[in-house]
Write a protein that binds this ligand. Sequence first.
Ligand SMILES: Cc1cc2nc3c(=O)[nH]c(=O)nc-3n(C[C@H](O)[C@H](O)[C@H](O)COP(=O)(O)O)c2cc1C
Length: 177
Amino acid sequence: MNVAAKSGQILDPQLFRRVMGRFATGVTVVTFLREGKPAGMTVNSFLSVSMDPPLVLVSVRRASSFVEHVRVGSRCGINILSEQQRKLGPHFANQPEPDANARFHDHAGTPLLDGSLAEIVARVVDIHPAGDHLLYIAEIEHLAHGPEAQPLIFFSGRYKQIHAHDPMVQWNAVDGW
Ligand SMILES: Cc1cc2nc3c(=O)[nH]c(=O)nc-3n(C[C@H](O)[C@H](O)[C@H](O)COP(=O)(O)O)c2cc1C
């Protein structure tokens, strides 16, 4: 199926996916309560939006079960995965892995995954429609990072690891913003 772009050109969805896949990202699992029980959804459309107030954004497909359970005022967890948590990526994207070993802990009623590279709890303050997705904007209420570890990367539809002798040597030389 082709999708008509606004310009009148036909946009090939597979090309769209392939091109967007060239943008390497980290991998998060967004955790929430589903009928009182911890649940999660793998998400890579995560970004920080504002420092003051501290806001983050995730873009979620309208058809996902997350949308039924998380509304304005709800809290969710954002768990940034390390490469040791590779199995959790597919596990929380509808491909259950029997040995994924997902363990949750709780922060003031919000479920979070054990052993993540970093964890955030945020309260949803706005939900914007955007085509077949919804943009969830949430204000950070809790932040913590785990032990130093390598991040899990998603690139061209595959999970990857950073292979560099010491990437920090390069990164430290560059000014941040
Ligand atoms: C690496 C990766 C990243 C993903 N990122 C997103 C995302 O940003 N937004 C989204 O709606 N779905 C994303 N998905 C797909 C959802 O994880 C998947 O559709 C999930 O099964 C939806 O949950 P549900 O089955 O409970 O509705 C991603 C999947 C993978 C493997």
